[in-house]
Design a protein around this ligand. Structure first.
Ligand code: DX5
Length: 243
């Protein structure tokens, strides 16, 4: 099932980008037509890998105008929330598993003037976010175990995406910003997997390695992924309508 009124958005992860030219890579992604850029922040504790912090993101901010979102795969994100906002991230994605008081953390993100979002790992139930839907603009359903790009898509997350869409719709929540709640997926999203995720109810799709692997270039990849996701979402919505 899909919420047909929620537009498909294609979001690259910078993880596969050339870290020696991150600013130029952000400009190229914007030029390729992405809807925003995701920064995979990893602390080597919440996930095994270690990537970058707010200073690296801030250095790239002036190279692109598209929205930046910070995917905070870190333990205890609260002390640094303001630094990611100051670095130019309009959306902060906090993992439900990484904080003791998720309701308070998401409220703090909004107080800082950023758009709050919450992520759940593959083993975490959608119930973990049932009581904070009014505090977020988006829920990220991880379709890999976080920490590395290039992993295999976990297709058993599709029923979970579907259940989350139903939970959001049944809650009647308009989200933190009053424009409803998007569902994002992240991990293993490619031409082969994006249709399943979109048909299940995801409307924001993060792609890293698959997008950067397109021989025809980033713009072709963004367009191909968008076309596939839009077609799958429309077919799913039509099937639901006719059922
Ligand atoms: C995992 C990361 C990756 C990355 C995208 O912690 O969050 O999912 O964004 O990786 P790909 O698209 O290469 O699987």
């Amino acid at each position: 099932m899909n919420a047909p009124d929620r537009p498909i958005q294609i979001v690259p992860s910078v993880l596969p980008a050339n870290f020696a030219r991150l600013g130029d890579e952000c400009a190229a992604l914007e030029e390729a037509g992405v809807d925003r850029i995701q920064w995979d922040v990893m602390d080597g504790v919440f996930v095994p890998n270690l990537t970058f912090g707010p200073d690296v993101i801030a250095a790239c901010r002036s190279h692109a105008n598209v929205m930046f979102e910070a995917h905070l795969m870190v333990v205890n994100p609260d002390p640094m929330l303001g630094a990611y906002v100051d670095a130019g991230c309009e959306m902060l994605i906090v993992h439900a598993e990484s904080v003791t008081h998720l309701h308070r953390t998401l409220s703090r993100v909004q107080e800082l003037g950023a758009r709050p979002a919450v992520a759940i790992n593959p083993s975490t139930s959608v119930e973990a976010v049932a009581h904070v839907l009014d505090l977020v603009d988006m829920v990220l359903v991880m379709t890999v175990n976080p920490g590395f790009g290039g992993q295999a898509y976990i297709s058993t997350m599709e029923p979970k995406i579907n259940a989350l869409r139903q939970l959001i719709d049944a809650s009647g929540s308009e989200g933190a910003g009053g424009n409803g709640v998007d569902i994002e997926v992240d991990g293993g999203i490619s031409a082969d997997t994006i249709e399943g995720a979109a048909a299940a109810g995801a409307n924001v799709l993060v792609s890293g390695s698959a997008l950067f692997r397109y021989d025809e270039g980033l713009a072709h990849g963004v367009a191909d992924l968008r076309c596939r996701a839009e077609a799958a979402a429309a077919a799913a919505a039509s099937q639901t309508f006719n059922s």
